[in-house]
Design a protein around this ligand. Sequence first.
Ligand SMILES: [Zn+2]
Length: 268
Amino acid sequence: MTSLTIRPLNTGFVTTVPAQYLFHHSVHPYVEGATHDRVEIPDFAFLVEGGEELVLVDTGMSWTERASTYHHPGSHQPPGMAIHERLAALGIRCEDIGVIAITHLHWDHSYYLEKFTNATIYVHERELAFAENPIPMYYKSYENEAIGITPHFAGVDFTTVAGGRELIPGVRVFETHGHSPGHLSVEVDTAAGNFVCSGDSIFCPENLEPIPELGYDITPPGRYVDAIGMWNSIVAQRDRVADPSFILGAHDRPLLDRIRETPVLGLV
Ligand SMILES: [Zn+2]
């Protein structure tokens, strides 16, 4: 029995509009936070320690100028928050990371991959295929030569997966497509129970709440490529954990407060 732990590492702040991204328009009348104001959300990667290899779930966002110019204006990566700087502060070099699981290849989840020269980098085969040849509506999300920028993942040697796979004992990826065509979530067995790093398949804890007035058993987010996949993968992930607090979203605002008290999750 391994004793894995999870350390959320915030790599910066992305500006977003809750009513567009976090909540589907049908639920706006029932959700207090579904505002049209521009807000900042964190951008987490997760370091899994204690196993056969050091594992990263995602590598977070780009530097400020790139983020704000090409992506969401106002997004920023304060000094020291890039993934390699976060790891260095823990005494970990990029070369020490053995496994990286990419939830999806959007710009705010998979930057700086070229620094991880010893890692096996897993991504879903459908995600990679779409990222390399997206419809124009997604040129910005994945970055594309068509808009004058070389994708951040160009030249990276990926290992593709389809379905689920155990990456090391106690760490498994499984399909949660919907937000993107080949989205993966990552399940991590810890002494406290199994956690799920849900990437952008679940934006905020409210997405797990029912809306009784509508007969909804979840509160769907507003940003997805496939509504049915999005819906079913949220329900499936909620069913997979003992308690919603075991789901760790990449843009989970309450997690910022939680890690001030508990920087390492999974301990008992
Ligand atoms: Zn994201």
